[in-house]
Design a binder for this molecule. Structure first.
Ligand SMILES: [Zn+2]
Length: 295
């Protein structure tokens, strides 16, 4: 009978308490199941916690997404193959992208939406992407005045920016021309060492940033009466319940007190986003139905 040495490897995942001795705990747990004539060698590999992956569920055109925007909080159905996904379509981000789907700094155009989901999220959301040099660039809703400096969540403080320009801007207050200049420095120095590039960008940021301006009081808008949206010959029109006469197709109602997100206000005419389109609030109604707390 000849003796042969055989080496086998077992591997398993072991939970180690803080400050626990990995080798000792592993050796002890093996010793309980192996006969005494087995030699035990322990080697260990740290398991890196991989970042949960963003899951891509489907691709949609800009129209497919913009035509479904709503100010309501309900989840709408989007189909990918056999699968139906429920998606909230009232995010400010979508309305900002609908107003402008190009990066205000470098001009890159957002060309498609990806329906994506983080493993910890209950439902998926759309992300806008543009293509540059064959790779996808994410689009962001940039706060002109960063939230960390008291910038508010409102449309006049939002702008569409690609993630590259947004990262370059960081949370500093840099006028748009300055962000564009940062992007030029970034593009022109792609070949140089990262450390040198970071130095160039750092110096440029110091030069380009300006003191953060004080916020002017911002008009707040909300429905002061119950409102109904009607489709009439003139398009989508909003009536207060007092003015409402049944001539046209009833589209939706807006409850008193609900916040409104005007796209535009001019000549006593308020333009509000609604679903695939915008509706207008005219003349006297704009004064009576909406409260301008800024003046
Ligand atoms: Zn950009």
């Amino acid at each position: 009978v000849e003796k042969t040495r055989v080496v086998a490897t077992v591997s398993w995942e072991l939970e180690i308490p803080p400050n626990g001795n990995v080798s000792k705990i592993a050796r002890e747990s093996l010793a309980t199941i192996l006969p005494a004539d087995f030699e035990i060698f322990i080697s260990k590999t740290n398991i890196r916690h991989r970042k949960p992956q963003l899951q891509k569920l489907g691709e949609f055109s800009l129209d497919e997404v913009f035509s479904r925007l709503t100010t309501s909080d309900e989840r709408l159905e989007f189909q990918v193959g056999e699968q139906i996904h429920l998606v909230r379509m009232n995010s400010h981000r979508y309305f900002v992208f609908k107003q402008n789907s190009r990066c205000v700094s470098c001009g890159l155009e957002g060309t498609k939406f990806m329906l994506e989901q983080h493993p910890n999220d209950k439902s998926p959301h759309f992300n806008l992407y543009g293509e540059e040099d064959g790779r996808l660039v994410l689009f962001t809703k940039d706060h002109i005045k960063a939230k960390s400096h008291g910038g508010e969540d409102r449309y006049s403080n939002y702008q569409t920016m690609c993630a590259i320009c947004n990262n370059l801007k960081s949370d500093l207050y840099i006028p748009l021309a300055g962000v564009t200049e940062l992007r030029q420095i970034y593009d022109e120095n792609k070949g140089v060492a990262r450390k040198k590039l970071n130095g160039l960008l750092h110096d440029a940021r110091r030069r380009l940033m300006i003191p953060i301006p004080e916020d002017k009081p911002v008009p707040g808008y909300y429905a002061q009466t119950d409102l109904v949206i009607m489709r009439t010959e003139a398009g989508l029109i909003c009536f207060s319940v007092y003015d409402y006469e049944d001539k046209g197709e009833h589209i939706a109602s807006i409850k008193k007190g609900m916040p409104l997100y005007p796209i535009e206000l001019r000549d006593k005419k308020l333009i509000l986003p609604f679903n695939s389109t915008q509706f207008e609030l005219h003349q006297g109604l704009a004064e009576t139905a909406f409260c301008d707390t800024g003046s």
